[in-house]
Unconditional design. Structure first.
Length: 393
């Protein structure tokens, strides 16, 4: 993932951004439709928040699935499968008569959308292009709460269909897909490895809601995954990747900052609504998310000049400041500032660490490393809403 011309340069960063951003837009609309969703389907607010957790879970498991498809069948098949999941999931969301069907639809949407996000990050390549995609994800996601409150005037289901906006980018990516080298190989697909990763991710996501059972399941699946990696060092989770300090540090940072961002995204509106109207709250969320995303875009374009330690320091300070502002200060302006710091830290970390992981990994493991790193970031999209539910209820 150097700055030299590569096959990834054949893909316009605008198409890659369009492929990735609708998933965050659709995810963030959930923050404003939960009350109407709960009322219409006859469930409690706590149960309705499963729509957010299900979407985060789907986006997380979409990453290992798309990584497996990329390695075994290539870019073309991976993009088609995940586009179909987005379309099929949206159909379920539109027609769902009960919460369980809605959750199935949101999960399918997220699996498809999460896979498309991973494809966009893998194809972006350089830190500046990855920064543009990830900042776009944050910037477009900034309009999620506002889009949710606006479109809910027609129906609460309408904002949950915004994942479809990614589909116009699919033909443009497919037209160039066969030119892209480095995806698809003839080796045997590591189905057990993928299954163990999906199971472990699922158990971890359920920790905030069902700690005892999920903890036991996570421990067992984690032990099985370690055993599997030792027996199959070149499987779905290659041993050189998980033994890399660079990868582990990057994945941990991305997951922590992403979790913080999504938790603040769901808790900040509650703080604002205690002082402001719904309209003012929506505008404040938009301003905070847009400002932080634009800051992330500008910052990631300059990380090569300011150095590794300074970049890591800025990301850490921003993440810590976001938590302090959201927890220690009850004022609405502080909540808006927390949102800005959180989205800046999360999206900038996604861009910078993804490029760093890709650049420092051997070429044969680069795609797998970026895919697993993206999984760590997507986990935060599931952990955050679940954590927010515990803090609110």
């Amino acid at each position: 993932m150097s700055n030299r011309t590569s096959p990834t340069e054949r893909f316009s960063v605008l198409w890659l951004a369009l492929l990735a951003t609708p998933t965050s837009l659709s995810a963030n609309t959930t923050t404003t439709v939960i009350p109407d969703l709960a009322r219409d389907l006859g469930v409690s607010t706590a149960d309705a928040t499963w729509a957010a957790t299900a979407f985060g879970w789907g986006a997380a498991i979409g990453t290992p699935l798309v990584t497996g498809l990329l390695r075994r069948y290539g870019l073309y098949t991976a993009v088609v499968v995940h586009a179909v999941l987005v379309a099929g999931g949206t159909l379920l969301v539109v027609t769902a008569p009960v919460l369980s069907v809605l959750l199935a639809g949101r999960t399918a949407q997220a699996v498809g959308g999460g896979g498309l996000v991973t494809v966009a990050i893998v194809l972006a390549g350089t830190s500046s292009r990855t920064g543009a995609v990830s900042a776009g994800v944050g910037l477009v996601g900034a309009f999620g709460p506002l889009a949710g409150s606006t479109l809910s005037a027609v129906s609460w289901r309408l904002p949950l269909c915004l994942s479809l906006a990614a589909l116009p980018a699919v033909p443009a990516v497919l037209r160039r897909a066969r030119l892209h080298s480095g995806v698809g190989d003839t080796s045997r697909t590591d189905i057990p490895g993928i299954a163990l990763v999906v199971g472990l991710v699922s158990a971890l996501i359920l920790l905030p809601r069902s700690a005892p059972h999920a903890l036991v399941a996570a421990a067992m699946l984690g032990a099985l995954l370690i055993w599997h990696v030792r027996r199959h060092p070149d499987g779905f989770v290659p041993r050189p990747i998980v033994r890399s300090r660079v990868f582990l540090a990057a994945a941990a940072a991305a997951c922590a900052l992403s979790t913080s961002y999504f938790a603040i995204l769901y808790t900040a509106p509650r703080t604002m609504e205690e002082h402001w109207t719904v309209g003012h709250t929506g505008m404040a969320m938009l301003a905070g998310l847009a400002g932080g995303s634009l800051g992330s875009l500008l910052f990631t374009r300059r990380t090569t000049r300011i150095g590794t330690r300074t970049t890591q320091g800025v990301l850490l300070i921003s993440g810590v400041l976001a938590v302090i502002l959201s927890v220690r200060t009850p004022w609405p302006l502080s909540a808006a500032a927390a949102v800005a710091c959180a989205v800046f830290a999360a999206t900038a970390a996604m861009a910078w660490y993804a490029a760093r992981v890709g650049a420092l990994m051997p070429a044969s493991y680069r795609q797998a490393a970026v895919g697993l790193f993206t999984l760590a970031y997507q986990l935060g999209g599931a952990f955050g809403p679940a954590l927010a539910t515990l803090l609110i209820i």
